[in-house]
Design a protein around this ligand. Structure first.
Ligand SMILES: *Cc1c(COP(=O)(O)O)cnc(C)c1O
Length: 454
């Protein structure tokens, strides 16, 4: 077998439908509650924020949902994405495991995020929206929505977590090149931002705060909607093209994963690769071991509580049942900014709570070590977020070596790290540290979770 083994699908194999795991789960998702009344919300409550087509997807229990042709026409530019067999990494690890990775870094923004940005921008455009507001952590989501905005002729306004705004100037330049406006959050443009700045003028920002700012701006104007890059059901749905393609690519490889791994910030790239495989299992197909990986200093799935919480700091968003560290929890700074969110997608939370997946937390140094080892073997430098999946895949491959079991491992390489050179520079300079969250701050944040009648 040659060293470079990839499984490519033709353009005709680009999925025509997304997969909705709600159709196959034994239990329905927990109700979403109104932030003020605590009562279940309906589609009308979400209408100021999202296009109606997106809201319908959010509450859908249809197994398959058609991907509109204009969306497919754009996705076609980089999809289907390649599935690689990591032969050189296998050899470097001297493992009997077969390691495969699905590579989402081939999109124009360098990650999986355009898969949903394109869809969300399309539905906004279709419903006459002129402007979309959003937040971004490390900048990948803002980049992806800016790209989508340019393609559909929409104005994009991005609130970027302040610490990343300064750490990642190229991300901001990328967004502005596509015509978007990028604002450091907390900002003085919104009440939510001003309140935070008044309490702490040096606040470095958080995704929770940036969401509050973007939501506040969206509800102010009729021609403006809000878009979220992760967490919500419709976002996870749009990412399932990843796993649907991977299923077909494993047919070409005449193989099937025993283990499926994805890193989790809000849970979308993990859901994208894992849900179609879990769906096969739920419908009586082969069992897979599914592992969600997260940063040890923002340990939503491994240390958070499965409870109702707000998605943002100012409590403007609905209450959803999810694994959460509490909306007031501000994780310490680290380089995988895209994983720095206090909550987890409700569907990913449910899947972990019901035992269809397990979670593991890793510190950043061991993740960078894995990313560099992967890069030197495979020639692709992963995004710092993706390194959490790489670490787990390598650990599992080494376990196969110890136990002498040739298992098949699939992980999602959610993005490349070409915009994250500062992180790698710091890593090689010995300036990257494993920071710890404050257990007292976490306890305080969990203690202030909203109380919701069961
Ligand atoms: C944003 C991002 C993540 C984390 O977001 P999810 O919604 O959990 O997928 C992971 N990897 C990359 C490359 C990202 O850009």
């Amino acid at each position: 077998m040659s060293d470079t083994v990839k499984y490519l699908l033709s353009e005709e194999d680009l999925p025509k439908q997304w997969y909705n795991i709600v159709a196959d789960l034994p239990n329905p998702p927990a109700a979403v509650l109104h932030p003020a009344t605590g009562q279940p919300i309906g589609p009308a409550d979400l209408a100021p924020l999202f296009p109606m087509a997106v809201i319908q997807q959010e509450v859908s229990s249809e197994r398959y949902i058609d991907i509109p042709k204009p969306v497919r026409d754009i996705l076609r530019q980089w999809r289907p994405s390649p599935l690689y067999r990591a032969r050189r990494l296998e050899r470097a690890l001297d493992t009997p495991a077969r390691i495969y990775y699905k590579y989402e870094g081939v999109s124009p923004a360098g990650s999986h995020k355009p898969n949903t940005a394109i869809a969300q921008a399309f539905y906004s455009k279709q419903e006459g929206v002129r402007r979309i507001t959003t937040e971004t952590g490390a900048g990948q989501w803002g980049s992806s929505l800016s790209l989508a905005g340019a393609l559909f002729g929409l104005e994009i306004e991005v609130f970027m977590v302040k610490v990343s705004y300064h750490q990642k100037p190229y991300r901001r330049a990328f967004m502005e090149s596509f015509g978007a406006t990028c604002i450091a959050s907390p900002s003085d443009m919104t009440e939510a931002g001003r309140a935070v700045l008044q309490a702490n003028p040096d606040h470095t920002g958080s995704l929770g705060i940036a969401i509050s700012e973007a939501v506040e701006r969206a509800v102010q104007r009729d021609d403006t909607k809000y878009a979220l890059g992760s967490v919500l059901n419709h976002v996870l749905l749009h990412q399932t093209v990843i796993g649907i393609e991977a299923l077909r690519q494993f047919e070409l490889a005449n193989d099937y994963p025993d283990i499926v791994i994805g890193c989790t910030g809000g849970g979308s790239n993990f859901a994208g690769i894992a849900f179609p495989f879990i769906g096969e299992q739920l419908r009586g197909g082969r069992k897979v071991e599914v592992i969600a990986t997260e940063p040890a200093n923002c340990p939503t799935l491994t240390k958070g509580r499965y409870a109702y919480d707000f998605g943002d700091t100012a409590h403007l968003t609905p209450l959803v049942k999810m694994h959460t560290l509490g909306a007031t929890f501000v994780p310490p700074g680290f380089h995988a900014g895209g994983l720095r969110y206090h909550g987890m997608a409700p569907l990913v939370s449910q899947i972990v709570a019901e035992g269809y997946a397990t979670a593991r937390a890793y510190h950043q140094l061991e993740c960078f070590e894995a990313g560099v080892q992967f890069g030197r073997a495979e020639g692709i430098l992963p995004a710092p977020e993706s390194n959490h999946a790489v670490r787990c895949a390598i650990d599992e491959a080494l376990r196969c070596k110890r136990e002498g079991t040739p298992r098949t491992i699939l992980f999602n390489l959610s993005g490349h790290g070409n915009f994250d050179m500062q992180a790698y520079t710091d890593y090689f300079a010995g300036k990257l540290y494993d920071t710890e969250y404050s257990p007292e701050a976490l306890q305080k944040s969990l203690d202030s979770l909203p109380s919701v009648a069961a």
